[in-house]
Design a protein around this ligand. Structure first.
Ligand code: ADP
Ligand code: ADP
Length: 224
């Protein structure tokens, strides 16, 4: 059984936009999967369903993530489940008035980790992304690539089994994109299941990883 299962999901937004149409996808534990397709094809909606930000239309599909029915969960139960996911966004979403280590600690504090545990986890999270020397910098003092590395550290500091990244290299040049990819590979080799969306098919091909192509809310090909 896949750690992520999407069964017959249709998602229509309130304005009538059909973002996903009867979509099926199964992802196994330890997979590193790319989801690609042009802008507007439904990639972001697919990830939002996985972290529970959006739901399928009522009665139109199931989304099971790490055993949990994300299509049904709300409120506290959804919040609890989300802690088992690391999420990375194109625009980093760092808190501008907090330092790198404060940004990373913030997620752990919100999850009720003790100060001792936070202090214990911080160095390894910074090391994974190569930013030990920037711990006390503010986001505005970092390059885009570095900011995205901070957001990855924040996503993985609680060692979630699954990492979801929505266009993580969308704002980055090829060099920084390759660095991000190398970090994701390392996390995957350590056992994390990773799903990454990107509209940059050339970049994904260069990564040489299984890929699913989406067009108009349906799977055109893959995983292959
Ligand atoms: P992608 O991530 O591939 O660019 P999205 O999942 O963002 O695609 O969008 C899929 C379709 O759903 C598009 O037609 C988009 O305009 C529409 N859409 C996305 N989010 C919303 C929303 N919040 N409200 C209405 N339509 C939306
Ligand atoms: P919100 O109420 O906006 O969800 P949170 O307290 O959950 O706020 O999160 C604060 C910031 O940390 C937000 O910018 C959010 O995007 C980010 N964040 C929360 N959880 C995660 C996670 N698991 N991975 C990456 N970023 C996260």
């Amino acid at each position: 059984e896949g750690i992520i299962q999407i069964h017959n999901v249709t998602k229509t937004y309130r304005n009538g936009s059909e973002a996903l149409v009867d979509l099926n996808l199964e992802i196994q534990k330890g997979d590193f999967l790319f989801v690609t397709g042009p802008s507007g094809s439904g990639k972001s909606t697919l990830l939002k369903l996985l972290y529970g930000e959006e739901k399928p239309n009522p009665g139109q599909g199931e989304v099971i993530v790490d055993g949990a029915p994300m299509h049904r969960l709300k409120g506290d139960r959804l919040a609890l489940l989300r802690r088992r996911l690391g999420i990375v966004f194109q625009d980093y979403k760092l808190l501008p008035r907090r330092t790198v280590e404060e940004n990373i600690a913030f997620v752990l504090q919100a999850q009720g980790y003790t100060k001792t545990e936070i202090t214990r986890r911080m160095p390894s999270a910074l090391k994974v992304v190569g930013l030990q020397h920037k711990a006390t910098c503010f986001p505005s003092q970092l390059s885009g690539g570095e900011q995205q590395r901070v957001s990855i550290a924040r996503a993985i500091v609680s060692t979630p089994p699954i990492l979801l990244a929505d266009e993580p290299t969308g704002n980055l040049d090829p060099d920084n994109s390759r660095q991000i990819l190398a970090i994701l590979r390392k996390l995957n080799e350590a056992g994390m299941t990773i799903v990454v969306t990107s509209h940059d098919e050339a970049f994904i091909r260069s990564a040489n990883r299984p890929m699913v192509q989406i067009r108009n809310g349906q799977i055109l090909s893959g995983p292959e």
